[in-house]
Design a protein around this ligand. Structure first.
Ligand code: HAM
Length: 408
């Protein structure tokens, strides 16, 4: 029979890849918890409208990349392509705005986008993301960028921090008009997608990867020249904070992001090694209101776990492995030894195979154990264990009653 394969774009993670993946997750969680973010565990499925309304009808994600399906009553559901929309839905649904003066949440889990798979781009991928609701001060934008920067530093990953402001309801319409006019004038040079985008979502033309489009937008009007006084002040204060926090950044006037909900600050951390964005986020001051809640400023970011895992050189080391090897009729004693070692905090495996010392040691080596704990009939009689360091060959005897205090 032909064997089954995983679905295109959906991957198994094994061995060292899993270790790197968990190193990223745990690092992000640790940094977020140190900034007092609380976890929210969200469903993987939402009504499709939650994403259509938030991410935007005219975005690639909603137009082309969502896994959408009807439930048995014909309501349209979607596998979540990102986390922010679900957090906003929950924030409103559970009236979280009434509980605290402001709210700091984080989430993690799989996201789904029907994109063309390639290195670092999957149809199921994982994010850890964080959102702050209720504060419009650029200090929070700076904190979010600082957290992202710290995550990269802790993981020893080199990235460029790119920032931009994409304005607000006051100033963006004028910019959009100027940009659309400009794009009309260079329409002949744009790719087919951008011809379509220039009317429906002109800002997206600015980060099209097609070389002809890149050249065509070089002379395009820049949002920075159109910012209203408030947006300009926000941008200036943010850069002041980043300077005083010692975070290096570049201002990229073409950074616009692929989701429609952003206002003012947008940012991305771009790996020079892979040439892809690994962390991204920004401010979205109108989204809560647009989803039916009271006007609430918000800002957040999300980490692409697989993308960072690709850049992790050394995953967090696992604890050394102690392999307990029962010889002869010592299994019950060996089981007790295993539990005592585990209670003292060790990673322990019991050999399931029978056989003499040579065979058992060979097995311990093949399972990459660091120590063999030899349990023979002598050990049972003397109430001790023999611990052999499999790297150095050194062997010591430890009495059972000293197992918690012994340095093994
Ligand atoms: P995003 O830029 O769409 O933003 O995704 C954030 C990160 O998820 C990306 O930088 C990337 O690392 C990872 N990612 C996205 N798509 C894929 C894929 N197909 N395969 C692998 N990794 C991927 C958001 O999702 C926003 N919700 C971020 C945010 C939170 N903004 C404010 N709050």
């Amino acid at each position: 029979m032909e064997e089954f394969r995983s679905v295109r774009g959906f991957h198994d993670l094994l061995g060292e890849d899993t270790e790197k993946f968990n190193t990223v997750r745990q690092t992000v969680r640790r940094v977020l918890e140190s900034h007092n973010f609380e976890e929210i565990i969200l469903p993987v499925v939402e009504y499709a409208e939650v994403f259509q309304r938030s991410i935007g009808e005219a975005t690639d994600i909603v137009q082309k990349e969502m896994f959408v399906f009807p439930d048995k009553k014909g309501r349209l559901l979607a596998l979540r392509p990102e986390g922010t929309a679900g957090v906003v839905r929950a924030f409103i649904q559970h009236r979280l705005f009434a509980l605290r003066p402001y709210t700091k949440l984080f989430y993690e889990g799989p996201m789904f986008r029907y994109e063309r798979p390639q290195a670092g781009r999957y149809r199921q991928f994982h994010q850890v993301g964080a959102e702050v609701f209720g504060i419009s001060d650029p200090l929070v934008d700076a904190e979010i960028i600082n957290i992202s920067y710290k995550i990269l530093k802790e993981l020893k990953i080199d990235c460029t921090v790119e920032i931009n402001s994409i304005g607000c309801r006051v100033c963006r319409p004028d910019y959009r008009k100027a940009l659309t006019e400009y794009l009309e004038s260079v329409a002949g040079a744009l790719c087919e997608d951008c011809i379509d985008r220039k009317d429906r979502n002109p800002l997206r033309v600015l980060d099209c990867k097609v070389p002809a489009c890149k050249t065509a937008v070089k002379e395009a009007p820049r949002i920075g020249d159109f910012l209203c006084e408030e947006c300009e002040k926000h941008r200036r204060e943010l850069t002041d904070y980043l300077n005083s926090m010692g975070i290096p950044y570049v201002e990229n006037p073409n950074l616009v992001r692929g989701l429609d909900y952003y206002t003012r600050t947008v940012f991305e951390m771009v790996s020079q090694e892979l040439g892809i964005t690994v962390i991204a986020g920004g401010r979205y001051d109108y989204l809560v209101e647009e989803m039916g809640g009271a006007p609430t400023p918000a800002v957040g970011f999300a980490v692409g776990v697989e993308r960072l895992a690709m850049l992790v050189k050394e995953p967090v080391q696992k604890k050394p492995l102690y392999m307990v090897l029962p010889m002869g009729d010592t299994l019950h004693y060996a089981l007790r030894v295993c539990e005592l070692l585990r209670e003292s905090g060790k990673r322990v495996e019991l050999s399931y195979r029978k056989g003499g010392l040579k065979k058992q040691l060979e097995l311990a080596n093949r399972l990459r154990a660091d120590y063999a704990v030899i349990v023979g009939e002598d050990e049972v009689k003397e109430e001790n264990i023999s611990v052999k360091n499999l790297h150095t060959g050194e062997q010591i005897k430890v009495s059972l009653k000293d197992i918690f205090s012994a340095v093994l």
